[in-house]
Write a new protein. Structure first.
Length: 145
């Protein structure tokens, strides 16, 4: 099911606009978090703990997917680097002696910008997502009456 179809489906769910919007917003934040590989588990766990609609939460999580994760993480790392004043964003990698350990050590300077950037971009995206879903659900529920 396409993301667009899932978003339309949110408008038909019988729950308060606030609960649906918060479930979506938390999902977006989790999806953009630096915890790659744990997004789905965290989304389901939080939806279960707080009794949010799991489909809505997972729709937010899946805003990031294999097609969007690289641009989102790249942009987020750039934002984090700008916030921290990091000027040399692209490290010099010795491609003739490339090994997994050497790549990790070269990219270590981007870890803090990555964590900060994904947190900031995720937070801003979640806030925007909350207001967009809240107003859309409120309008849809109003017209459904």
């Amino acid at each position: 099911m396409a993301l667009r179809d899932r978003l339309r489906g949110i408008l038909r769910i019988k729950d308060t606009p606030h609960r649906l919007a918060i479930a979506f917003a938390v999902g977006v934040f989790i999806g953009m978090s630096p915890l790659l590989g744990l997004h789905t588990v965290l989304g389901i766990a939080l939806a279960w703990i707080f009794r949010w609609n799991k489909i809505v939460t997972m729709t937010g999580v899946f805003v990031t997917n294999p097609w969007t994760i690289v641009p989102i993480y790249t942009f987020s790392t750039w934002v984090g680097a700008k916030c921290l004043g990091v000027t040399n964003i692209i490290p010099d990698i010795d491609w003739s002696n490339i090994r997994f350990v050497s790549i990790l050590s070269e990219l270590e300077s981007l870890l803090i910008p990555f964590i900060l950037g994904t947190t900031l971009v995720g937070l801003i995206s979640a806030i925007l997502g909350y207001f967009i879903i809240y107003s859309a659900v409120k309008k849809a529920h109003k017209y459904a009456k």
